[in-house]
Design a protein around this ligand. Structure first.
Ligand SMILES: [Fe+2]
Ligand SMILES: [Fe+2]
Length: 342
């Protein structure tokens, strides 16, 4: 007999409870945005601010756009929190005293710092039109998004497993771009955020591995379904003032691709990573439909690679200073100099 989603999620919950101390950090001991931004109550803080602005002044425009886009994505946290709390067996029935509820709240708490830190850094950098960025954040929260995972915990945690790895890649690569212009402090904070995303990815991958143990067929079907729909980023509805839903995201995606921060190759590598993590290839005793899904999933990376190779030869990651700028209202139309700003 096929167990219901509710039964499975209640069963998996005890493993989640055991692992919470591994997958989450005590906020009183964990890093905070203040650790990576100047303390303006001190003279040293003003010196640190000058250094931050000097680092920011060296960043190529594309890196700045990606930082803003990543920050906006993080700032739409209210949508993600409410989404997780609607999942069968995780949300309404998982609040407030269950491990699922504890996970959701604490995960959101950790994510909240990412937006805070990037927002503060960008504000202090003086290179960003914060009001326009804030309008985009408000638009995104109001518009929501569609992860295509419905209220299904299987589809959703496959999505979040993928997504946490994708955000890790993005934060890490924008940090590497910063490093190429000697913005070492920005690299450090990007790597710190990426570290959180890595830990979150481990958690979501673990949740799916436990679900797989007791409901292998349905999990494979859910995985296949998400791969057929393709994973879209949570900020796919991003739009600047006066634009249509998704317009800004299309531009942002292009900048991420051309600067090598997140490309089709990353997408296929994440799919491969998930297949390996859940050992999809070696799952046995499957229903005919699940066996077909297994076959589809295992062939998917090869198909993507062939497609990507056909479209482009793999370029080394580099910052793009010689490409046409794509206009964003987030940046001032002129270059802001920061050397005499303080
Ligand atoms: Fe995050
Ligand atoms: Fe995360």
């Amino acid at each position: 007999m096929v167990p219901s989603r509710l039964e499975v999620m209640q069963y998996v919950e005890k493993f989640v409870a055991e692992k919470l101390p591994v997958f989450l950090r005590n906020p009183e001991l964990n890093w905070q945005p203040s650790d990576y931004t100047p303390d303006l109550s001190t003279d040293e803080g003003f010196e640190a601010l000058r250094e931050l602005r000097e680092e920011a002044s060296r960043l190529p425009e594309d890196a700045l756009i990606i930082l803003v886009g990543d920050m906006i994505t993080e700032e739409a946290l209210p949508s993600y929190a409410s989404w997780i709390s609607t999942l069968e067996g995780v949300g309404a029935t998982g609040e407030p005293q269950t491990a699922w509820g504890a996970w959701n709240r604490a995960w959101c708490g950790e994510e909240n710092r990412h937006g805070d830190l990037l927002n503060r850094w960008l504000y202090l950098s003086g290179r960003v039109n914060m009001r326009e960025v804030e309008v985009t954040v408000q638009n995104l929260i109001a518009d929501g998004g569609d992860t295509q995972s419905e209220n299904d915990p299987y589809r959703t945690f496959i999505y979040t497993s993928f997504q946490e790895v994708a955000t890790r890649i993005s934060h890490l690569n924008v940090g590497k771009l910063a490093r190429t212009v000697g913005a070492e402090k920005l690299y450090n904070l990007s790597a710190k955020i990426a570290g959180d995303e890595h830990r979150h990815a481990r958690a979501y991958k673990y949740f799916i591995s436990k679900i797989l143990e007791v409901d292998t067929n349905e999990t494979l079907l859910a995985f296949q379904d998400m791969m057929k729909k393709k994973i879209t980023m949570p900020a796919m509805y991003m739009r600047e003032r006066g634009e249509q839903v998704g317009d800004t995201f299309k531009k942002f995606e292009e900048v991420a691709k051309r600067s090598g921060v997140y490309t089709g190759w990353d997408y296929v590598e994440i799919v491969e990573q998930l297949l390996a993590e859940w050992d999809v290839e070696h799952l046995t005793d499957l229903s005919p439909a699940a066996a077909k899904a297994q076959d589809y999933l295992c062939r998917l990376p090869g198909r993507y690679r062939t497609l990507l190779e056909r479209v482009q030869s793999r370029q080394p990651r580099k910052s793009s200073t010689d490409v046409e700028p794509i206009a964003f209202s987030w940046l001032y139309p002129h270059e802001v100099t920061t050397s005499n700003a303080l």
